[in-house]
Design a protein. Structure first.
Length: 313
């Protein structure tokens, strides 16, 4: 199997449960109707926003995402790094654990950026056109040869001062387990010399952590949507962790491992059987726990050895 077709052991039957108080059927139907209304309003607003370039597009995206989450009954809880302001315009690569299709909306509601998504997302009803308008960078996971071009497209966006959001696990997990962060996409931050901003995403109810929003295995979008709107008091947390400057690490592999470590520390505890979290590099192994400062000027990527995908090692 290709490195860009990773899979998780999580399945809807084993990992996904809706525990605690549930919304009534009428309430669920109202939430679905509200979701469709906000989606249609977003599609209708796209031509106007594109025509009037003076409109604050980022603020509009943030407000629209919050409205959509509110319609679904999801409360957004951003947790920012102390002393840092959520927002800003400096180019950065945002990396997060991946649980659900809600993750995209959650990050957009707090810190919008260009998303990296599989090509299938662009064909989804309503959401597809919206993601395309939002500047989503699509990746064909079946074509490994396209990966170097995708990495360079991300690097170019980062050099222009844009934020790009990626889910380096390459697959969704239930939230209490996680996959290895694939290092290829971190090469974009190395080439653009912009910081990596790790994020940890969590979903909770009043009774504690929940896997209800998880979109895993052979789960369908409509069953997942119905499960989300059935939860009462669902809260989505996005925690911004300290930035990781690429210059502090020998290469993209070490940078990816460091990002995974800080994200894993803030995940929900792994209490679901079958969710075998990727253990990552052991402390004291070949990857150090602390970043390594590389003295002098960073070597140009063109002079570094390349792997089979054309990405520097």
């Amino acid at each position: 199997m290709s490195a860009w077709l990773p899979s998780a052991p999580c399945t809807p039957g084993d990992c996904v449960t809706v525990a605690g108080p549930r919304a009534g059927v009428a309430h669920r139907v109202l939430r679905v109707a509200g979701c469709l209304t906000v989606l249609l309003a977003g599609v209708a607003a796209v031509p106007l926003v594109r025509a009037l370039s003076w409109l604050p597009a980022e603020r509009l995206v943030r407000c629209w995402a919050r409205l959509l989450l509110a319609a679904l009954g999801v409360q957004v809880r951003p947790i920012a790094v102390p002393g840092k302001q959520v927002g800003g315009t400096t180019g950065s690569l945002l990396v997060a654990n991946h649980i659900s299709w809600l993750d995209i909306l959650l990050i957009a509601a707090v810190r919008p950026g260009r998303m990296l998504a599989k090509t299938e997302v662009g064909r989804w009803p309503l959401l597809g056109p919206l993601t395309s308008w939002g500047g989503t960078i699509f990746i064909d996971r079946d074509r490994l040869r396209a990966l170097p071009g995708t990495v360079e497209e991300i690097a170019a966006a980062l050099r222009r001062g844009e934020r790009v959001v990626v889910f380096p696990e390459g697959s969704t997990w239930c939230g209490r387990g996680g996959g290895r962060f694939r290092p290829a996409l971190f090469e974009a931050a190395v080439r653009a010399d912009v910081p990596v901003q790790p994020l940890t995403l969590r979903y909770r109810t009043a009774e504690g952590p929940t896997t209800a929003p998880a979109f895993v295995g052979e789960d369908g979008l409509l069953p997942s949507l119905w499960r989300v709107v059935s939860v009462r008091g669902l809260a989505a947390e996005v925690e911004f962790l300290p930035e990781l400057p690429p210059a502090l690490f020998p290469g993209r592999r070490q940078l990816a491992a460091a990002a995974q470590r800080v994200v894993d520390r803030r995940r929900l505890p792994d209490t679901v059987s079958g969710c075998a979290t990727y253990p990552g590099p052991a402390v004291g192994g070949h990857l150090s726990e602390q970043p390594v400062r590389v003295p002098g000027r960073r070597p140009d990527a063109a002079h570094l050895p390349r792997d089979r995908a054309g990405i520097t090692r």
